[in-house]
Design a protein around this ligand. Structure first.
Ligand SMILES: Nc1ncnc2c1ncn2[C@@H]1O[C@H](COP(=O)(O)OP(=O)(O)OP(=O)(O)O)[C@@H](O)[C@H]1O
Length: 404
């Protein structure tokens, strides 16, 4: 565990960057520090590995005050990932990854083997080992940065805006990979971001800081969405937080999919017309995976082809979150959200009304009469005050929904 106890940092010019911060980052979990620019996120994090010394207060790592630990010794226990990866430009990828273990005396051949293993863990094949940083994309550089931080197998990881220098698509991919990796390695992580969506997606615990370096609230994402401590947190978390909370409000297990007829791509117009419930027919791949919807009155030829497909809808897994189910239902041109099983095969469809009913039920199971929907949703997610356990079906799980 990393613990901040009444920690303050005032710079010589009088700026109070961090003001009496008390916070625990639990072992094996991801704690995200989030807040507007200048609220003291980076300063807080850098005090952990003693790149910055606090003015007062104590930071402990596994019960040991960092101020009493030799800085070099300390940094061996703490991997550090920064924005733009911060790779050595004159070293190739393998040497970048193994710089620290080599310094600590690891032999060249062993270092190379370990570098290749680590690169594979972060999704980079052996062909990257001999490239130089300038020969990599931004996302690949970030992956090397993560591999390097893990090289000495430290129990703690500090990550400062690790995914912010890449485009949104790569970013989402890196976030998913990072969560998958963390499920394997279970490090104690403090991650800084200014992006609340990233914080809610990655954090087991999210600590919202406000200007002046004061902690506004630290809670599990579902708790933060359901019960923001004050107007600042509510504003920072965003206006659509009721909808976002559905991502933590249990799964669609209680929603029974309705049978949906479908035809395989390449079926004849007559087959599509015979099967359809209304003006829309669902089209699948030969293996049974839904691909898209076709409007019968807009079919181009005698057969259903890819050109006929409307691809605007998302699919949700039957055990996906209520948010994913609602999104599937609302994004479907036919008004029926497509559900798939764990193998990606069509399981049926669900209407927005059916999902709304499930949302109401989730809210009423545990809520006393008259309780506000927000706290009911939170109860349904099984979140207790102060808990940092991810709720079932939370962002820490593999993504259950995908694009149709
Ligand atoms: N060396 C310094 N001297 C004086 N003030 C500083 C120094 N370093 C940081 N600050 C100030 O401390 C405050 C907190 O800075 P910090 O970098 O921790 O914020 P941040 O939340 O990480 O911001 P950002 O999201 O913009 O990176 C800011 O007001 C900043 O200007």
């Amino acid at each position: 565990m990393i613990r901040f106890d009444n920690v303050t940092k005032a710079y010589p010019d009088g700026t109070v960057a961090v003001d009496r911060l008390s916070l625990e980052a639990p072992t094996g979990k991801i704690t995200v520090l989030v807040g507007p620019s200048g609220c003291g996120k980076t300063t807080s994090m850098r005090m952990v590995n003693r790149l910055i010394e606090p003015t007062s207060g104590t930071i402990t790592l596994g019960g040991q005050p960092v101020s009493g630990t030799d800085a070099t010794e300390l940094r061996r226990k703490i991997g550090y990932v920064i924005q733009h990866a911060g790779l050595f430009p004159h070293k190739n990828v393998a040497d970048n990854v193994m710089a620290l273990p080599r310094l600590l005396g690891l032999g060249r051949r062993e270092a190379r083997t370990r570098a290749l293993e680590l690169l594979e863990r972060v999704g980079l094949g052996p062909q990257f080992a001999d490239r130089y940083p300038w020969q990599l994309s931004g996302g690949q550089q970030q992956r090397v940065g993560v591999a390097r931080a893990l090289a000495a197998d430290p129990p703690y990881l500090l990550m400062d805006e690790p995914f912010s220098a890449v485009d949104p698509v790569v970013r989402a991919q890196l976030q998913e990979e990072f969560l998958r990796l963390q499920r394997e390695i279970g490090k104690t992580i403090v991650l800084v971001t200014h992006d609340i969506d990233e914080a809610l997606k990655l954090g087991d615990q999210v600590a919202v800081l406000r200007e002046g370096g004061r902690l506004a609230q630290a809670a599990a994402p579902a708790e933060l969405l359901a019960r923001p401590a004050d107007a600042f947190v509510a504003g920072f978390v965003g206006r659509d937080r009721g909808y976002r909370a559905l991502g933590f409000a249990g799964t669609g297990d209680g929603v029974i999919p309705a049978a949906e007829p479908a035809v395989v791509l390449g079926a004849t117009r007559a087959e599509a017309e015979a099967a359809a419930l209304d003006g829309w027919i669902l089209v699948t791949a030969p293996g049974g995976e839904p691909i898209g919807w076709a409007a019968l009155d807009r079919l181009d030829g005698d057969r259903v082809t890819e050109q006929d497909l409307n691809l605007s809808a998302t699919t949700a897994r039957t055990d996906g979150t209520l948010r994913e189910l609602l999104d599937a239902a609302l994004s479907s041109p036919s008004g029926r959200g497509v559900l798939v099983d764990a193998e990606g095969h069509l399981a049926g469809t669900v209407s927005p009304t059916a999902v709304a009913r499930a949302i109401e039920e989730a809210a009423s199971v545990t809520a006393p009469a008259g309780a506000i929907a927000g706290s009911a949703v939170e109860s349904a997610a099984g979140v207790t005050a102060g808990s940092v356990e991810p709720a079932a079906g939370s962002a820490a799980e593999a993504p259950a929904g995908s694009h149709l």
